[in-house]
Each structure stands twice: as C-alpha cells, then as structure tokens.
Design a protein around this ligand. Structure first.
Ligand code: DGL
Length: 274
C-alpha cells in the first residue's frame, strides 16, 4: 500500500520516454497542472525502444525510474506505451511506495470501454507494444464487446525522431499502414505510442474525420490530476520548474522541446549510461 505521508506536494512529477514522444504527455500535464514541476527524461541514447527486447526496455525504464526517484519525484508517469506494456511490473518493483506510478495504457482502455461498446476499434503501436497484447489483456478485463484490431507500425517512430513528421515519406507510410484491411469499419483508432500525436493530424485526415483518433496525453493528465487531488498532493506554490534530461545530445529533441515549451527549456545531458 502506498504511504503518501512521505510524499510532499512541492515534489516534482517525473515523466519519461525513449525520446520526444513523452513530450506530448508532459505538455498535457503542464497545461492541466501548471503549478507542478516536471522532470522529463528522454533516453535518446537508446531511442527508439519499440523494436528492442523486453529485457532491454525493462533495464532502461527501471534505471530511469530510479533516477527520477533520486530526484525526489512524488509521481512517475511512464509516458511511453512500449515501457508501459513491456516493463510496468519491473518499474512497479523499483518504485514500490516511493512515488505514485502511472502508465499511459490504462486511461485509454477506460475511455474506450466507456465510449466504444459493441464497436470495432483499431490500435497502432510499436512491435513491443503490439506483441505484448497489453491493450487486449486490459480491455478484456473491462469488456468483451469491443473488437480490437492491432497493427505494429514500427517505421513511424524513427521517422518522427528524425523530424520527418510532415514529409512525403511519412504520408506514404501512414497511408500504407492505415489502409490495412484490419482497420475496415473501425469507429476509433488508438494511437498506442506517445510519438504518434505528432502525426495525429495526418492520421485524422486519412480517415477523413470519420474515426475518433485517441491518444493518451489528455487522458493521463486528467487521471494524474484526480490522483494528486485525492491524496492532497497538488502543488499549491506558484513557482514550478521544468527540467529536461536526455541521455545523449540530440539537436532534434532540443528543437522539439523548444516548440512544446517555448522559453521554458533547460535541457541537460544526463550521463546515465556512462
Ligand atoms: N513513445 C514510445 C511509445 O509510446 C516509444 C517508442 C519507441 O521508442 O519506439 O511506445
């Protein structure tokens, strides 16, 4: 059982991902909870994680979680579907009752179960996320009347990490993946990777606005707010601080982070793997 007595409202919230994808989550949290300090960790030394072994992902994610605990985070948000799917139990084991822990899959499942009963829905994600069947398993715990169709879309993250979000190749690849017959007649598509909100407009356009395209960013920000509120852990002070760590210098991470948080970026290289 979590002992929230040891946690204090002024402590920061830790958010991590393999790279820039989790910035979509950090941005939603910052907008929803502007008084909270956030420490973001992007594992640019190992990105992308999605096609690596679950053992490797568990190793990266647990080490980063330890670092965020060392930085006295009161909550840790795994802003990565791949780590939420492949490493959640390992991270839980490390975090124990030292901080609140959130994954990005559960809030999406709750949303889908309440909005898309008796429908066909789609899911795209990394190879690890799809292989893990984490979405299907969690959905089955809530309902049996949603038909989930899953597709691994491994080419998307490398292109997004390289800044190709609106270039011709990514449009062609989106078209290729979304035309898969498994997505015929879907009422909603889950963006099961926190990088994909960066190409959400292109995906919405492909489905001509007829499909609800769902990502976890706002949903997880809502859940985080509720949980902090219930535990009296909302920061009431007006001085919040944003800190961004990367495990390897990345010009594109810097550029993207500046776009997400104009004027608020203090990017540091954290020598986690040296
Ligand atoms: N953004 C992550 C996810 O949600 C990681 C993608 C990757 O590094 O392959 O799955």
């Amino acid at each position: 059982m979590l002992n929230t007595n040891i946690l204090k409202s002024e402590q920061p919230i830790g958010v991590f991902d393999s790279g820039i994808g989790g910035l979509t989550v950090a941005k939603a949290i910052h907008q929803q909870l502007p008084q909270e300090s956030i420490i973001y960790f992007g594992d640019t030394a190992h990105s992308p994680w999605g096609s690596q072994s679950s053992t490797a992902i568990q190793h990266y994610a647990t080490r980063i979680s330890e670092t965020l605990l060392e930085q006295k985070c009161k909550a840790i948000v795994i802003a990565c579907n791949t780590a939420s799917a492949a490493a959640f139990a390992a991270i839980q084991h490390v975090v124990q009752d030292h901080a609140l822990l959130f994954n990005v899959i559960d809030p999406v499942i709750t949303h889908m179960a309440s909005k898309h009963q008796n429908k066909i829905i789609g899911l795209i994600g990394t190879k690890q996320t799809i292989k893990s069947s984490a979405y299907q398993d969690r959905l089955s715990q809530q309902t049996n009347s949603i038909d989930l169709r899953s597709l691994a879309t491994p080419l998307l993250v490398p292109l997004i990490e390289e800044g190709f979000c609106d270039e011709r190749p990514i449009h062609d690849i989106i078209k290729h993946y979304m035309s898969n017959p498994c997505f015929k007649d879907i009422s909603a598509l889950i963006l099961g990777c926190t990088h994909y909100p960066l190409i959400k407009n292109q995906i919405v356009a492909f489905f001509q606005n007829k499909v609800e395209v769902v990502d976890s960013a706002q949903l997880i920000a809502n859940v985080l707010e509720q949980e902090l509120e219930v535990r009296n852990l909302r920061n009431k002070s007006i001085t919040s601080k944003m800190t961004f760590y990367v495990s390897h210098d990345s010009e594109f991470f810097n550029h993207t982070a500046q776009q997400f948080f104009p004027g608020e970026i203090k990017l540091e290289t954290y020598p986690l793997w040296d």
